[in-house]
Design a protein around this ligand. Structure first.
Ligand code: BG6
Length: 367
């Protein structure tokens, strides 16, 4: 049931603090030590890994792109992220020292399953990050890390996405702690911060009313651009996907640094641009660059909606959707939420069925 919410998606968005808590439960000690006892892949096998390839589709692929930043920084292992349907058709370099991570909410996406089968044929070790216990992908993989988000009914993924990102952060912390890689101070601080994320997710949800009002004023937009840097780049792409899926509005997500290399030609008076702000305190250089990007957009008459930390000076934006402060690699767990609310509210303002968008299926079991 919808538990009093107007849609399953609204319910699932509001379940996110609890869903993330379940992903962390029993895996993150109060001392910051991560234990993934149920993984099914030995530490000995994980210690041999020289390369990671993440395969996934749709929202899960953006989760994978976020994971790359944490895995490379903390574990010092090169990471590639591939759309599952592209993976086996490009002669990928995969061998018995490669860990292939397949991310899938349903565990039944045929494109992802075929990538898993191909990877295992090449001798790779395959880890599934999955929400559905006992699904085909985790059954065929060597090991599995379940997200435990609970059933996700709405076609567009919300709590599954947030818990996929949480699970990959746990995995990155685990690998770093086991292999002794990365900066130990940063890694233990990140583990402690992760434990407090459910409460911060809850506080982002408290801003839903402001976002609904903004969306209601934008029900007639025909195009929205989303830009971000660092992990804000995949968050921007996820925000654009949500808007396409739910509100049938043309949207594009790209790296903010690319704006001047082409897409800036699209900026004309009134063009809406959602900007995922880097943290002013944690990423001052990237924050400053983003401030000048905002100036470039404003100078051409664009309408800037910033998603940024409380107190961010980016008030040159026309609207600021705030999230609590966080370290850079954990920020997507917060910045993705206003974008979910934005897409759902815009779809609602247009009178659309947000649980069952046209032409989409929850799980695509054909290649
Ligand atoms: C798409 C769904 O078809 O499959 C998306 O509409 C989803 O919401 C994608 O992100 C991947 O699904 P899964 O189950 O493999 O995570």
């Amino acid at each position: 049931t919808k538990d009093g919410h107007s849609s399953f998606m609204a319910k699932e968005i509001h379940e996110q603090p609890e869903a993330v808590r379940r992903t962390l439960s029993g895996r993150l000690g109060s001392d910051g030590a991560v234990s993934l006892g149920e993984l099914g892949i030995s530490d000995k096998a994980l210690a041999r890994i020289q390369k990671i390839v993440i395969v996934a589709c749709g929202t899960a692929s953006y989760g994978g792109q976020i994971a790359k930043y944490a895995l490379e920084r903390w574990c010092r292992i090169p990471v590639e992220v591939d759309l599952a349907h592209e993976f086996r058709y490009r002669s990928p370099l995969v061998d018995d020292r490669t860990l292939v991570i397949a991310i899938s909410q349903s565990g039944e996406t045929m494109d992802t399953l075929m990538a898993v089968r191909y990877a295992r044929e090449q001798g790779a070790t395959v880890l599934a990050i999955c929400n559905t216990v006992g699904a085909t992908i985790p059954r065929e993989a060597d090991g599995v890390l379940y997200t435990h988000a609970g059933p996700e009914v709405a076609v567009a993924s919300t709590k599954a996405f947030l818990t996929q990102v949480t699970a990959t952060l746990l995995l990155a912390l685990y690998l770093a702690q086991m292999r002794g890689s990365g900066d130990p101070t940063e890694i233990s601080a990140a583990a402690r911060e992760l434990a407090g994320i459910p409460g911060r997710v809850q506080s982002v949800l408290a801003g839903a009313g402001q976002i609904e009002a903004l969306a209601a004023s934008m029900a007639d937009v025909t195009s929205v651009l989303f830009i971000g840097r660092h992990v804000g780049h995949p968050v921007a792409m996820e925000g654009a996907l949500k808007l396409k899926e739910l509100a049938y509005i043309h949207a594009e997500g790209f790296a903010a640094g690319e704006l001047k290399h082409g897409p800036i030609a699209l900026i004309e008076p009134g063009q809406a641009v959602v900007v995922i702000m880097p943290s002013p305190a944690a990423s001052p250089v990237l924050h400053a660059k983003m401030m000048s990007t905002i100036q470039e957009i404003k100078a051409r008459g664009g309408r800037v909606i910033a998603v940024g930390e409380e107190g961010d000076a980016a008030t040159t934006a026309d609207a600021l959707l705030t999230v609590p402060a966080s370290s850079p690699l954990l920020a997507p767990l917060l910045t993705a939420i206003p974008l979910q609310l934005f897409a759902a509210s815009l779809a609602g303002a247009k009178g659309l069925d947000i649980d069952q968008p046209r032409n989409l299926a929850k799980s695509v079991t054909v290649e």
